[in-house]
Every structure is written in C-alpha cells, then in structure tokens.
Design a protein around this ligand. Structure first.
Ligand code: HEC
Ligand code: HEC
Ligand code: HEC
Ligand code: HEC
Ligand code: HEC
Ligand code: HEC
Length: 458
C-alpha cells in the first residue's frame, strides 16, 4: 500500500513540474516570436531587424468595462490592426472591415465569442467543455452586429432584417416571449443568443423542430434554408446584455437603405417628387441636400412649421439616426428610385379596410398565426385534443357569434381531451386580455369576420 501512495505522489509531482514548465513557455510567446520574425522581414537593415526581433514579449489586453469583459486575443492575433499583415497567415492576419470598431474599445469577443482572458488557443477559442460561448463559426459572425445595432438595417447583414421580419410575421410570439411580450408555451427568447445553442442546432431546428426536439409542439413552418439562417442570425443577436451607453448609442445605423425604407413607409412620395417623378404637393427633392445643410434638413423633418409656417408637411416623430438615414437616402435618390417606390406602393385603403388590415397585422404580430396558421387554416398538430390539431378559424362564424369569439380571445380556452388517460394537449388558446387592448381584439374579430363573409353563400 505505501508503495502505491509513493507512486501516486511521484506521478503528481511529475505532473506539477510539467505544468510549471509549460507555464514557463506558454504558446503565446512562440506566436509573438514568430510575429516579430515576420515584422523583421520588412526592416531595411540588420540593426533594425535585431531591434524588432528583440522586442519584449508580453500579454496584451484590452480592458472593456463598458462590455464587462477583458480580451487578450491580440496577444496572439498581433496583426489585426496592421494593414501590411494582410497576407500573413493566422493568427497574424490584418482584420479587414473593422473600422469604426477600434480594437481598444471593442476587443474581439463581443463579435466572435470565445474566452477573452485565456492565453492558450483552445481555451481562448472557447472550444472546451465548460465555456458556454465558443467562437462562432465564420458564416455566423455577422449575427453579432445585431447585439448593438438592433433596429433598421445593418449594411451587409440582410439576414438580421429578414430574421426579425419573419419573427414578427410568422407568429413566434404566440408561444415565445421576447422582451416581455408573447406566450409561454415555448421558452422566453430574450437571451437566446447568450444561453448559446449552437448555430447549427438552431438552424436545423427551424428547418424541422421535430427532427431536433422529438414531439416538439413547435410547428414546422416549412422555412427555406435562407429563412432558417435568417432566423438563426436573429436568435444569435438576442443577448439582452447590459452595455455601456457608448456601445448602445447606435441602435440604428443611418444607412441609405434604411432611409429608403422610411421614405417608402412614411409615404413621402405622396407629396414629393424626385427629378419630376412623383407628386407635386411639395417641392421636388432632387438635389435638396445640396441646397440645404444637414442641420436645416433635420429641422425640416422634426418641425416643418418652424421653417415653413403653415406647412402641410407632417412633423415626423423619428429618432436622430432615422432622420440621418432619410437625409442620406435623399442625397443619392434618383428619379428611378421614385419610380420603383411609386410602382410598389399599396393602393390607398378606406377606413374600414384600414381597420381590417390593422386586425390582420395584430393577428400576425401577437402570434395567432403561429398556432392557427398564416391563412387561418389551422392544422398545427395538437396531440390528444379533439380533432388532434389547432382549429381553423375560417368557419368560426358557423359556431359562434362575433361577441362569443371576442370572449374566447379575451379569456382563452382549453381544448377538450380526446383521451382522459393521456396528458393534456400541449397547445391551448391563451387568454389575451392582459396583452391586447379591447380595440386590438375588436379589430382582430373584424379581420376574422371579413374572411368569413367571403366564405358565406355556401
Ligand atoms: C494562443 C494564441 C491565440 C489566442 C490567445 C487566440 N487565438 Fe485565435 N487563433 C490562433 C491561431 C494559431 C489561429 C489559426 C488557426 C488555428 O490554428 O486554429 C487562430 C484562429 C482564429 C480564428 C479563425 C479560425 C477559427 O478557428 O475560427 C478566429 C475567428 C480567432 N482565432 C479568434 C480569436 C479570438 C476572438 C480570441 C480571443 C478570445 C483568440 N482568437 C485568441 C491563436 C490564438
Ligand atoms: C465588429 C465585430 C468584430 C470585431 C470587434 C472583431 N471581429 Fe473578427 N470578424 C468579424 C467579421 C464580421 C468577420 C468576417 C466573417 C466573414 O468573412 O464572413 C471576422 C473575421 C475574423 C477572422 C477570420 C475568420 C476566418 O475564419 O477566416 C479572424 C481571425 C478574426 N476575425 C479575428 C478577430 C480578432 C482577433 C478580433 C479582436 C482583435 C476581432 N476579430 C474583432 C467581426 C469582428
Ligand atoms: C458592441 C456593439 C457593436 C457591435 C457588436 C457592432 N457595432 Fe457597429 N457600431 C457600434 C458603435 C458604438 C458605433 C459608433 C462607433 C463610433 O463612431 O465611435 C458603430 C458604428 C457602426 C457603423 C457606422 C455607423 C454610422 O454612423 O455611419 C457601421 C456601418 C457599423 N457599426 C456596422 C457594424 C457591423 C456590420 C457589425 C458586425 C460586423 C457591427 N457594426 C457590430 C457598436 C457595435
Ligand atoms: C405553437 C407554439 C410555438 C410556435 C408558434 C413557435 N414555437 Fe418555438 N418552440 C416551441 C416549443 C414548445 C419549444 C420547445 C421544444 C423544442 O425545442 O422544439 C420551442 C423551441 C424553440 C427554440 C429553441 C429554444 C431553446 O433554446 O431551447 C427556438 C429558438 C424557437 N422555438 C424559436 C421560435 C421561432 C423563431 C418561432 C417563429 C418562427 C417559433 N419558435 C414558433 C413552441 C413554439
Ligand atoms: C399557443 C397556441 C395558440 C395561440 C398563440 C392562439 N390560439 Fe386560438 N386557439 C388555440 C387552440 C388550441 C384553440 C382550440 C381551443 C378548443 O378546442 O377549445 C384555439 C381556439 C381559438 C378560437 C375559437 C375557435 C374554435 O373553433 O373553437 C379563436 C376565435 C381563436 N383561437 C383565436 C385566436 C386569436 C385571435 C389568437 C391571437 C390573438 C389566438 N387564437 C392565438 C391555440 C392558440
Ligand atoms: C402632406 C404632404 C407632405 C408629406 C407627406 C411630406 N412632405 Fe415634405 N414638404 C411638403 C411641403 C408642402 C413642403 C414645402 C414647404 C412647406 O410648405 O412646408 C415640404 C418640404 C420638404 C423639404 C424641404 C424641401 C425644400 O426644398 O425646401 C424636405 C427635405 C422634405 N419636405 C422631405 C420630406 C420627407 C423626407 C418626407 C417623408 C418622411 C416628407 N417630406 C413628407 C409636404 C409634404
């Protein structure tokens, strides 16, 4: 027995010595030496080369209190800010397209994941069992832009815009909460990107929830691969992190693309023309950014009355960057833009049509479509309920009066069991009275009825 313990402590000693030895020559030192060798190649003479080769080795770190992290990635990734390293191998390569996100203020992990404090590769890259946020695979890195730029479009990342649109229009909120609004049949998604599911998991789950989570009540929406990827981007961007005010100051990037979207949504073309194309109630906007300063134009959007007393132009309640986006768009807008906007414009709605349209949008936005289907056709499987699926709403008027339907929406409804010995169906009709105003509910009922009337006469 004593021999055994002796052998054991001998092994422990050897292991300890090995650890001490390793700590003495950590891998980052080798990377820095190699980097200095690369740098020295560019030096003109022997003295300069020797000076570079003899540069001290040290752990580099960026302190980022506003992001609640400390990143040491540049200890090895030494060339990220040196354009002459553009063709160097990793980890020394110059990082293109980083501006205006300077390394000293942003570090790396806020976009890439990984473990900022670690100085050996496996740990830093977070590809170790205990670290919840391994490096994002290359094709998903851009999802992180949405952690800070939460509204409008992020240039070069159309996936985020599309993912958000799909989220708001396909009824996810029927079962999931996001920032406090939504149902509770599925998980709250407010921090979905922080309690990291692997991106590949999310994407496969969107393509077919049942293939990943057997018996999932989440419907298969038959998304295309692009749509599944867009939703995955959006999910990865939802981290609900507390960041310093500098980092969250650009929620909305004032891009021309977003300006165009606003110009279309706000229907500016109903009064204005660009290069002669459009309406004539207001001045033509071609070259308007040359005739007036940015400050003047900004004021015109906030308060047209100030610059043109008695103006018919509405005052727009837009945040600073949204106004900047509009001005950026106007600076580049052409008559062709006006033409496209005009041809894509929906026809004007009557008051009654507008109310029904409002109901249709609420039906999508509050998640009814997630359970009842985009076209109200029902059909989402609901095991052990009578009928086995969520009912279609296309014939609700056969069974109920409008007031009864309003009551069901307000109070919710449990589907009757098919077999009392089995567990209750996973899906039920939630109560909406705390979430929706009576006005919303009435509009939704009007919308449902507008579709019933089309079916009547049969
Ligand atoms: C000990 C040195 C070292 C540290 C510290 C380090 N890296 Fe790396 N990194 C490398 C090397 C070497 C490569 C080249 C590819 C390889 O060998 O895996 C690399 C490749 C990468 C890649 C591209 C390839 C991939 O695997 O996705 C990314 C992205 C990356 N590192 C990000 C980071 C981030 C972010 C940090 C800080 C949290 C970091 N690295 C810290 C050494 C390091
Ligand atoms: C503002 C977000 C952002 C920050 C901050 C950032 N990166 Fe990147 N990084 C990206 C994006 C986006 C890509 C490109 C992905 C692509 O090509 O589609 C990228 C690419 C890379 C690659 C090449 C990946 C590959 O597989 O080829 C490496 C290595 C890398 N970054 C390292 C770093 C390091 C080290 C830092 C910190 C000094 C850092 N990045 C900071 C967004 C960022
Ligand atoms: C940690 C938060 C954060 C992340 C992540 C982030 N940004 Fe930014 N971004 C900012 C801040 C803050 C600024 C303003 C920088 C400044 O001017 O000092 C900015 C500025 C910008 C601008 C210029 C905006 C202008 O006013 O014209 C663009 C474009 C941009 N970011 C795109 C991206 C893209 C693309 C990504 C992903 C690869 C990304 N950002 C990731 C915070 C972030
Ligand atoms: C009919 C209810 C329902 C609808 C509608 C629904 N989900 Fe789900 N979702 C669930 C349930 C239940 C789970 C848990 C079982 C599973 O993993 O599939 C889930 C799981 C998830 C997960 C994995 C969460 C995690 O980390 O475990 C994500 C992400 C998700 N849903 C996103 C969405 C998005 C985005 C939409 C809209 C396109 C949506 N869901 C629509 C019920 C629903
Ligand atoms: C989580 C899934 C889910 C969501 C979200 C949901 N419903 Fe339902 N709904 C159901 C189920 C299940 C029933 C069937 C209840 C029963 O069989 O008694 C139902 C029943 C109904 C009925 C009665 C139809 C009938 O034939 O009994 C109406 C009307 C209705 N829902 C409207 C809505 C509206 C409007 C919304 C959005 C504000 C909504 N539902 C959101 C699951 C849902
Ligand atoms: C109801 C009609 C109407 C709408 C809608 C409208 N405008 Fe105007 N706008 C005017 C009129 C009229 C003027 C001329 C000055 C005045 O009388 O206020 C004007 C002036 C302007 C000017 C200053 C032009 C100059 O040369 O002095 C700008 C810029 C402008 N509008 C931009 C916009 C944008 C951008 C939108 C959409 C967000 C918009 N307008 C929506 C009616 C409208």
């Amino acid at each position: 027995m004593p021999q055994f313990f002796f052998a054991l402590s001998l092994i422990a000693l050897v292991l300890m010595l090995a650890a001490v030895w390793q700590a003495g020559t950590p891998s980052w030192k080798r990377y820095q030496q190699e980097y200095h060798r690369l740098e020295s190649l560019g030096e003109p003479n022997a003295a300069a080369k020797a000076a570079v080769l003899n540069t001290g080795l040290d752990i580099r770190q960026d302190l980022l209190p506003g992001l609640q992290r400390v990143d040491r990635c540049t200890t090895c990734h030494q060339g990220v800010e040196d354009p002459t390293m553009k063709n160097a191998a990793q980890p020394f390569t110059f990082h293109p397209n980083l501006a205006p996100h300077v390394v000293a203020k942003f570090g790396c992990t806020v976009c890439h994941g990984g473990q900022g404090l670690a100085t050996d590769k496996e740990n830093a890259h977070g590809r170790v069992p205990f670290w919840p946020e391994p490096l994002l695979p290359k094709e998903y890195i851009r999802a992180s832009c949405g952690r800070c730029h939460k509204e409008g479009e992020v240039p070069g990342v159309p996936e985020l815009t599309e993912g958000r649109r799909l989220f708001e229009s396909t009824g996810c909120r029927g079962c999931h909460k996001l920032n406090g609004v939504g149902g509770s049949i599925g998980k709250d998604l407010t921090e979905e990107g922080a309690v990291r599911r692997y991106p590949e998991w999310l994407e496969r789950h969107f393509l077919n929830p049942n293939a990943v989570s057997p018996n999932s009540p989440m419907p298969n929406f038959h998304f295309t691969r692009e749509q599944a990827r867009a939703l995955t981007f959006y999910m990865l961007s939802l981290t609900n992190e507390q960041m310093g005010s500098y980092y969250s100051s650009v929620r909305l990037i004032p891009s021309a693309g977003f300006g165009r979207q606003l110009f279309t949504e706000k229907n500016c073309i109903a009064c204005h023309s660009i290069g002669g194309v459009g309406a004539k109630a207001g001045p033509d906007l071609l070259g308007v950014t040359k005739a007036h300063s940015a400050g003047w134009l900004d004021e015109q959007l906030v308060n047209p009355q100030l610059l043109y007393p008695g103006s018919t132009m509405p005052a727009y309640d837009l945040e600073t960057n949204a106004r900047k986006a509009l001005i950026t768009f106007m600076a580049a807008a052409t008559p062709e833009d006006a033409q496209t906007i005009l041809s894509g414009r929906p026809k004007p709605l009557s008051a009654e049509e507008a109310a029904i349209e409002g109901g249709r949008q609420s039906f999508a936005r509050f998640g009814c479509v997630g359970c009842h289907g985009l076209n109200l056709q029902g059909g989402v499987p609901n095991p052990n309920s009578q009928g086995g699926e969520v009912p279609s709403l296309l014939h609700a008027s056969d069974d109920y009066t409008k007031d009864e339907v309003i009551k069901i929406i307000r109070n919710g409804k449990q589907p009757p069991l098919e077999n009392t010995a089995k567990p209750a169906p996973p899906l039920y009709m939630p109560s909406w009275k705390v979430v929706l105003t009576d006005e919303d509910i009435n509009r939704i009922a009007d919308y449902l009825w507008s579709l019933q009337s089309k079916k009547s006469g049969w």
